[in-house]
Design a protein around this ligand. Structure first.
Ligand code: UD1
Length: 429
């Protein structure tokens, strides 16, 4: 298994190109199942999760071709993916594939809406809480599907198609909003989704569906209206920049000090996180190229932050913020409100010398300046990158094990950081 070796202590200076968002690319690829015509996606990041979803879609009979860089493209240009779901040969998504990535469960909505049936394994994914799929299933039931659970599989049927309905989510769920949106796009009549997730990735999916001929309004607000259409056509769409990757490198820069431009990043996608970084003492400027993050010499201030659905502070940046706060001058409080078990990085950060104690869903971080390199283990996607951030500031060598978690969500992480002066390398094993 590969490891990442970091020797801490260098500040970061330079430019980091921001890739297309994983959490937008995945539902966009899945949306291809809704149409018999080709969906062309640009700026798709090169990530293990994207490759896995290619396999899952391939299993349904979807034909995918990927074009690399064209002459004149920047070295960081994402992939262009042509996805042709004309012939769906199999409506089953098997356990051995779905169990590796939770988002692959989302094929259930489009398969059911277009084919009238789907058999999808209950999901796996990052071990950050129980993460059930009840909201997805309730939404599909509201649209008229019959749902059974059989031997670890969700078996969904709608032989006469889905029918528009009012769907009220008890809690904001990104995935369930994706499922409802995709299924309702091909349902007969009108659907209203209330308490919908407002994440930018929902808006990106809705924008792509609009190009495919869907009738949707209100994406990006808590109430989304959809009028179903009998079929969707092909389209071309570019994946929006990754706000979590942006926030992660912004925190890495604040952690080490330095001056980094996050090229292609969109500040409007992560205002709450940028506000927290400013409060912590980083200087953030938005320019034509993207976002410039600086911290030169000045110390870091502690913050009190709770994660929340968009536009609040993202749970996917909670671990990275915690790493950053280990160097603040004073006590920070970071409360996790989305997932009940998303503090696995606390133990690993402690191995690097951090002082953090948990009070229920709140982590209290006693800032200190003396992180020291150590072997640590990546536990989930975002937790693992928090260990990288901490390693960049720790004295001496940090070896991060199980980096396949990082490869799921961060494209060319070592290269992007080492180009800015970090001492970081992958050791293949
Ligand atoms: C997505 C993101 C993930 C992010 C999360 C919250 C992708 C690929 N993943 O995950 O990176 O951390 O949003 O911003 O986009 N819940 C239920 N029942 C359900 C569905 C969800 O109880 O049927 C609960 C979850 O356990 C969790 C909360 O709702 O407590 C929010 O989860 P959700 O927004 O659905 O997360 P994902 O879509 O899985």
């Amino acid at each position: 298994m590969d490891k990442i070796r970091i020797v801490g202590g260098q500040s970061l200076n330079g430019t980091i190109p921001i890739s297309g968002a994983k959490n937008a690319a995945l539902p966009l690829m899945i949306a291809s199942l809704l149409s018999e015509e080709k969906l062309i996606l640009e700026n798709v990041p090169r990530l293990a999760d994207v490759a896995l979803l290619q396999r899952i879609l391939g299993n349904h009979g979807v034909d995918i071709t990927v074009n690399g860089k064209r002459n004149g493209d920047s070295p960081s240009a994402g992939q262009t993916m042509e996805i042709d779901a004309r012939a769906i040969v199999d409506t089953t998504a098997p356990y051995d594939l779905v169990s590796r990535m939770r988002a692959s469960f989302w094929v259930v909505g489009p398969l059911l809406a277009r084919m009238g049936q789907a058999r999808v394994s209950l999901p796996g994914g990052c071990a950050i809480g129980t993460r059930p799929v009840d909201f997805h299933l309730d939404a599909l039931r509201a649209l008229g599907a019959e749902i059974d659970i059989d031997a670890g599989y969700v078996v969904a049927r709608a032989p006469r198609g889905l029918t528009g309905a009012r769907i009220v989510f008890p809690k904001v769920s990104v995935g369930a909003t994706h499922t409802a949106l995709m299924a309702a796009a091909l349902a007969k009549g009108d659907t209203v989704i209330e308490n919908a997730a407002r994440e930018p990735e929902i808006v990106d999916l809705a924008d792509c569906l609009l190009k495919m001929g869907a009738r949707i309004s209100g994406a990006g607000t808590s109430t989304i209206h959809i009028t179903g259409v009998p079929r969707l056509r092909g389209a071309r769409h570019s994946v929006l920049p990754d706000r979590i990757e942006t926030g992660t490198y912004a925190m890495a820069t604040a952690m080490t000090g330095g001056d980094v431009t996050l090229a292609g990043a969109r500040a409007d996608l992560l205002e709450s996180a940028l506000d927290v970084l400013r409060a912590a003492g980083a200087q953030i400027d938005v320019n034509n190229e993207g976002i410039r993050v600086r911290r030169n010499g000045a110390g870091l201030f502690p913050v009190e932050v709770s994660t929340a659905p968009y536009p609040g502070f993202p749970t996917d940046l909670q671990a990275q913020l915690m790493a950053l706060m280990t160097r603040a001058q004073g006590r920070s409080r970071i409360t996790e409100t989305i997932f009940e078990n998303r503090f696995m990085h606390v133990q690993e950060l402690a191995r690097l010398g951090a002082t953090i104690h948990l009070e229920g869903d709140c982590a209290v971080v006693e800032g200190n300046d003396h992180l020291k390199g150590a072997p640590v283990m990546a536990t989930d996607l975002r937790a693992s990158v928090s260990l990288v951030i901490a390693g960049l500031a720790a004295e001496g060598e940090t070896m991060v094990q199980r980096v396949y978690h990082l490869d799921r969500g961060f494209e060319r992480l070592e290269e992007k950081l080492s180009n800015c002066g970090a001492q970081i390398e992958r050791i293949s094993g």
